[in-house]
Design a protein around this ligand. Structure first.
Ligand code: NAD
Length: 367
């Protein structure tokens, strides 16, 4: 998966841009009265229906919204494929401020557009939308996940995401040290929000020495009170902290020209999406510095696994069993990447493409 796509999308280059990104279908949805301006991007349905969340965000321009939905939907294809799911990749965005512009009519209009795709796209909650919003969308379409638990939904995906990140981290330790215990390892968790705090719990239970940092000071104190053994590190100083593992669980693009040279950690494994500021350049930089990077889209797939499980009738044990596979998948990616001396995210992309090609072929026989 190369990210070297043109930054600017002008109306005259929309088709060229879609083609370059390899999308199957992009649907523009509108309703003047409710103010709906949405884009559904289906990147691939080779392995199954395209599942991906609905993001509502006050994009500065339509171009920015299109660029975001194309990028995010393609990411979903790779995440689903490498996670061994029978799912393709898609995503939707609504242009607007979720605090001001959201209404029942707008969400129901969006639901009708989803229904019109007859299952090629399955929606879910994302940044700017909630399980309650999905309940409203579900009045217009069956192709919706991320519903409230009372409606058969899978609930908050953060615990499963954190569990997957923990397993991916253990697999990376296994590759480097030939055992997977985190006992005695120094782990820095950047961002102790929903995922980060559950991750801290796993790490403390496994005997790791945990360091935490966050922009939210009261949150840091709350975590410290819950787990007295954790150490708080000032923001900014944390990149060069003397640790074995750096776990970004806040923002994307944290692996960049400025931060990578500072890292003392030999492993990077965290939940944040799009950690590499520039996939190719910074992936190579990590390889050259001998830092083992557990690709974000592989180890943070617990949330996707949760909604995939919900789509077939939610079963918590089954979702956990599916998340268990993150360990083996990460182990395979990292060992194959080390053998081939290529960046780990590049190997993960190649393995996802391999599965799409090999398993996708089975659809050639009509049943
Ligand atoms: P969250 O908002 O609950 O937590 C994020 C935490 O990061 C907050 O405590 C916030 O104060 C802190 N933070 C924000 N900016 C920071 C900065 N500059 N430096 C340090 N800390 C900062 O979010 P979450 O649900 O825990 O998700 C964390 C990351 O994981 C996000 O990037 C998200 O996209 C990704 N992710 C989450 C899930 C999930 O199931 N929730 C699934 C896949 C990926």
């Amino acid at each position: 998966m190369s990210v070297s796509v043109s930054e600017k999308v002008s109306p005259s280059s929309v088709f060229a841009h879609i083609q370059e990104m390899g999308h199957e279908q992009v649907v523009f949805c509108h309703d003047a009265e409710s103010g709906l301006r949405a884009i559904i991007a289906i990147h691939s349905t080779v392995l199954g229906p395209g599942l991906g969340g609905l993001r509502m965000y006050p994009y500065a321009s339509e171009e920015e919204a299109l660029r975001d939905v194309l990028r995010l939907s393609r990411g979903m294809t790779y995440k689903a494929a490498i996670s061994g799911l029978d799912l393709g990749g898609a995503k939707a965005v609504i242009i607007g401020d979720p605090a001001k512009d959201k209404s029942e009519a707008l969400l129901r209009w969006f639901g009708r557009y989803v229904e019109s795709l007859n299952g090629r796209y399955i929606t879910a909650e994302d940044v700017g939308t909630t399980t309650h919003d999905m309940e409203i969308v579900s009045r217009e379409t069956d192709f919706v996940t991320g519903l409230p638990e009372a409606m058969g939904g899978g609930g908050d995906p953060s615990p499963i995401t954190a569990y997957g990140v923990f397993l991916g981290m253990k697999a990376a330790v296994d590759v480097l040290h030939r055992h997977d215990s985190l006992n005695g390892k120094r782990v820095l968790v950047e961002g102790v929000g929903k995922v980060g705090s559950y991750l801290v719990q796993h790490l403390v239970q496994d005997g790791a020495h945990v360091l935490i940092t966050d922009i939210n000071e009261p949150r840091l104190q709350e975590i410290k009170q819950r787990y007295p053994s954790v150490e708080i590190v000032p923001l900014g100083e944390h990149y060069s902290a003397d640790v074995d593992i750096y776990s970004p669980c806040a923002l994307g693009a944290v692996l960049n020209d400025e931060t990578i040279p500072q890292l003392k950690a030999r492993i990077v494994a965290g939940a944040a999406n799009n950690q590499l500021a520039d996939e190719d350049r910074h992936g190579k930089m990590l390889l050259e510095r001998g830092i083992l990077y557990a690709p974000d889209f592989v180890i943070n797939a617990g949330g996707l696994i949760n909604v995939y499980t919900e789509w077939h009738g939610y079963d918590h044990d089954l979702a956990m069993a599916r998340a268990d596979k993150i360990y083996d998948t990460t182990y395979q990616i990292l060992t194959r990447a080390l053998d081939a001396k290529v960046p780990t995210h590049q190997m993960a992309n190649a393995m996802a493409e391999e599965r799409m090609r090999d398993v996708g072929r089975t659809n050639l026989m009509f049943l």
